[in-house]
Design a protein around this ligand. Structure first.
Ligand code: GTP
Ligand code: MG
Length: 266
């Protein structure tokens, strides 16, 4: 059953999934999310934000019988990954939002730990991190993508000290959104949230990033140029003093073990 009219349903947690041509991946992801979300003692929903995928992703979602309330937002204008995530987070009914890719790279069984960290107030933002100690990317991820990711992370280093500001898998308290004048360009909306909204504390949980098994990556050279524009805006705005003050985060990850990185620095 699709849940079309959810206006009256109270929700604690929203899982936001941006999609573009993910016809084959979206159903397995929703199934896996149901399995981990249903046992939780919170009211959850899934919001899929699809940029009018020509492969019929939206239709697959509409037809899916789901046990977790699921909405689909189809956008025909102002497309792009960062703005899709912002659309989803803005439309979320939950105070806590979990953002993850549809392509199987982000393990759904980490969802409860990420959600609870924010819901219980241990962090305003928690990142599933490939580059924190204990995290990694699987061997199948092409070396060119690996290198791009490392260079992109290094270029953002003066803006934030988290290990993996490029991750697309994170949870946040949606109340931080009003703190930043967000300007989503390109792919890296997590970086935008970190730098402009100044979440505090920020924690990182290591994870193993799996390369997608089906469908195609949407990463392209266009995105490289968009990232350059995104970074230059962030650096310019920092020079103009547009961000709030930096508050270091404690070096304590969810669960209390000592493996997380510090929060963003400036
Ligand atoms: N709504 C929307 N979603 C997008 C867009 N581009 C990518 N996505 C989704 O964002 C997620 C990440 O996209 P990918 O193409 O896998 O990019 P990536 O994970 O950064 O890079 P790879 O490692 O190459 O897979 C997937 O769920 C995509 O379907 C877009 O323009 N609009
Ligand atoms: Mg991917």
């Amino acid at each position: 059953m699709m849940f079309d009219d959810l206006t009256e349903v109270p929700v604690d947690v929203t899982v936001v999934v941006p999609t573009f041509n993910e016809r084959e991946s979206i159903a397995p992801l929703v199934r896996a999310l149901e399995a981990v979300l249903n046992p939780l003692p919170y009211r959850t929903e899934i919001v899929v934000v699809d940029d009018a995928s020509p492969d019929g992703t939206a239709e697959v979602v509409r037809r899916l019988p789901t046990r977790v309330p699921t909405r689909i937002i189809v956008r025909h204008h102002d497309k792009g990954l960062a703005s899709a995530v912002l659309t989803g987070v803005s439309a979320a009914k939950g105070r806590v939002c979990l953002v993850m890719d549809a392509d199987g790279s982000h393990p759904p069984d980490m969802a409860p730990a990420l959600i609870e960290t924010v819901l219980e107030g241990r962090a305003e933002m928690v990142l599933a991190s490939r580059y924190a100690p204990g995290g990694t990317t699987d061997q199948g991820w092409p070396s060119a993508r690996r290198l791009m990711s490392r260079v992109a992370t290094w270029l953002a280093r003066p803006l934030t000290s988290v290990h993996d500001p490029m991750t697309g898998f994170f949870a946040l308290d949606s109340r931080i959104l009003s703190r930043g004048d967000l300007s989503p360009i390109g792919y890296k909306i997590g970086l935008e949230f970190l730098v402009r909204c100044r979440p505090h504390p920020v924690l990182e949980v290591p994870f193993v990033f799996r390369d997608r098994r089906v469908g195609n990556s949407k990463m392209s050279f266009k995105e490289v140029f968009r990232y350059a524009r995104h970074l230059s805006r962030l650096y310019l705005d920092r020079m103009e003093g547009k961000f709030g003050p930096y508050i270091p985060s404690p070096d304590v990850p969810p669960g209390g073990e000592k493996t997380a990185s510090p929060g963003p620095t400036l």
